[in-house]
Design a protein around this ligand. Structure first.
Ligand SMILES: N[C@@H](CCC(=O)N[C@@H](CS)C(=O)NCC(=O)O)C(=O)O
Length: 259
């Protein structure tokens, strides 16, 4: 397992410190790690407690979610888009934000569909919380964090019911993008080189179809939850999207995942 330092220790340091949830392949965290990996930016890993109170983290970063990037005495960055811009500034090469305006606006639009509020990750989280809260078999140690995360991220049963449709719409649009790109002779989701969108998709795909255990060690309960069996979602998940995820992980990202 990766080694982590505590928030109090991290707060006294300089350089780049990245707050993560140990042992969990959270898609925002794995995407952030992927971006830093590709750019070879050095950083230390700082422990967040999933669904915990995280009071020292709250004092340090004014919020309790992971991932967070803190660079020197700059403001903590707890949103994916701020993290991407910081990484791009710290290591401009290879660029992960396309230079051409049309590529850039398409990349940020699709990335927001995956990572942004109410996007793919958000909707899958609502579905996961819903599955636990409505299952009579769910053990108490699963129910408590789900209640906590449900309150934190706006869970309501009717939102969770609508979530598979939103997830499917995003998957379908992403798959159209990939097909268009392939027919233009590109292996990437945007333009003709790796962009942050390829990394976001590779990491967020875990929320429908996690990598096998030998590449991504997960507690069985987490794996069952992440693997999506909803027929509306499965129908929208073109096999090419998973092939693309595998291509990005095998060619560009760290394997096995180190959490
Ligand atoms: N703030 C991030 C999203 C990160 C996020 O939602 N992280 C969740 C992953 S489930 C988290 O850490 N939840 C656990 C907790 O809040 O304790 C962004 O919008 O860029």
């Amino acid at each position: 397992m990766a080694s982590y330092i505590e928030v109090e220790q991290a707060a006294a340091m300089s350089g780049l410190r990245v707050v993560l949830s140990p042992g969990v392949p959270g898609p925002w965290s794995e995407a952030a790690k992927g971006i830093l990996y590709v750019k070879k930016v050095p950083y230390v890993k700082v422990r967040q407690e999933l669904a915990g109170e995280n009071l020292p983290l709250l004092r340090w970063t004014a919020q309790t979610t992971a991932p967070v990037f803190v660079f020197n005495d700059e403001r903590p960055r707890s949103l994916w888009i701020d993290q991407l811009y910081l990484a791009e500034r710290l290591a401009p090469t290879p660029p992960l934000i396309p230079d051409a305006i049309d590529d850039r606006l398409l990349m940020f639009g699709l990335a927001n569909e995956l990572c942004g509020e109410n996007g793919f990750g958000w909707q899958r989280r609502l579905m996961l919380i819903h599955a636990t809260l409505t299952s009579p078999k769910a053990p108490e140690q699963a129910r408590k964090p789900s209640e906590f995360l449900g309150n934190k991220y706006g869970y309501a049963a009717e939102l969770a019911d609508a979530a598979p449709h939103r997830v499917a719409a995003i998957l379908k649009r992403l798959s159209i993008q990939l097909k268009n790109q392939n027919s233009r002779g590109s292996r990437f989701l945007i333009g003709s080189a790796l962009s942050a969108l390829d990394i976001y998709w590779a990491a967020f795909a875990a929320l429908v179809d996690p990598l096998p255990d030998e590449l991504c060690k997960m507690a069985p309960g987490f794996r069952r939850g992440y693997h999506c069996t909803d027929p509306i979602v499965r129908e929208a998940l073109a096999p090419e999207l998973l092939t693309h995820r595998d291509f990005i992980y095998h060619e560009f990202l760290e394997l096995p995942l180190d959490m």
